[in-house]
Design a protein around this ligand. Structure first.
Ligand SMILES: [Zn+2]
Length: 285
């Protein structure tokens, strides 16, 4: 299949960026979309990344996306988005609301993960649906500003991407490990977290890290944060280390936009989220 995949919007904080609620649309469209690209590539499909990170306006972002999609003939164009405005569930927009198999199956596949199925809707007014020559669908995975966000976090972007892949292709065979970005240093990180007294059951955590790269990422960040604290340094002051971390995470396919993540790592919000989530996870698992 020749597929064009667009991680919706520009990167966070830029003109044309996505909605921000309990999660950040621009960040999550990239987590899901880049993972989806990796899965399609690992399965031998021709994938065209139609993502535009920086634009001067929303309309420039949309025009750039469509231009990228139109550079080659495609069997399908998929734009990944997250909804906002207080609702729950998944919906897929197509031209004229046409309920073609891939669109219907994406709704069903994401509903099977626990999101409400809001169905296939008319996306004729959406620029990237209207202006692309290929069959197109815009997926609103879930809402960024309701309980959907927590549901999405616990499911993880990888399972969302895998569900979208299976829905589009009807291929339910296992995703090759090379697509998942698993790391050989998981055991090292988990054992370090144990030595820091942050967790105790290393077998359990190694298993979790292998299953979900969000958790791997979290363990890695927590380890680095804890070490920085032990040394009496703040994570924010470790600019060199932040560069290294961003590069490494990018290399492993956990993140796609290094500049964006470096910026996040330099402010405390992310670290706060990390610690809050970590505490919650430790208490409930
Ligand atoms: Zn959007």
């Amino acid at each position: 299949m020749r597929i064009g995949i667009n991680c919706g919007h520009t990167v966070s904080g830029q003109p044309g960026c996505g909605a921000v609620g309990r999660i950040d649309e621009s960040v999550e469209t990239r987590s899901v979309g880049k993972e989806l690209i990796k899965i399609f590539e690992a399965k031998g499909h021709a994938v065209y990344d139609c993502t535009n990170d920086y634009a001067s306006s929303t309309s420039e972002n949309l025009a750039t996306i469509v231009a990228m999609a139109e550079r080659q003939p495609l069997d399908l164009f998929v734009s990944i988005h997250f909804n906002a405005g207080g609702g729950k569930g998944t919906e897929v927009y197509t031209y004229g609301g046409k309920a073609f198999d891939e669109a219907v199956n994406v709704c069903k596949g994401l509903a099977a993960l626990g999101f409400r199925n809001r169905g296939v809707k008319d996306g004729s007014s959406l620029y990237v649906v209207r202006r692309t020559s290929a069959r197109a669908m815009l997926i609103e995975v879930c809402f960024v500003d309701t309980d959907d966000a927590e549901k999405y976090r616990s499911i993880g972007y990888r399972r969302v991407a895998e569900a979208i892949y299976a829905a589009i292709t009807n291929d339910t065979a296992a995703i090759p490990a090379s697509a998942s970005g698993n790391s050989a240093d998981t055991a090292v990180i988990v054992n370090e977290l144990k030595s820091l007294g942050i967790l105790s059951n290393t077998d359990l955590w190694i298993r979790y890290c292998g299953k979900d790269s969000n958790i791997y990422w979290f363990c890695r960040k927590l380890r680095d944060y804890a070490y920085a604290k032990e040394k009496g340094e703040t994570a924010e002051s470790e600019y060199g280390e932040i560069n290294d971390i961003a590069w490494d995470l990018n290399y492993r396919g956990v993140i796609s936009d290094m500049m964006l993540w470096e910026k996040y790592m330099r402010n405390d919000t992310n670290v706060y989220w990390l610690l809050r989530k970590g505490l919650h996870w430790c208490r409930t698992h």
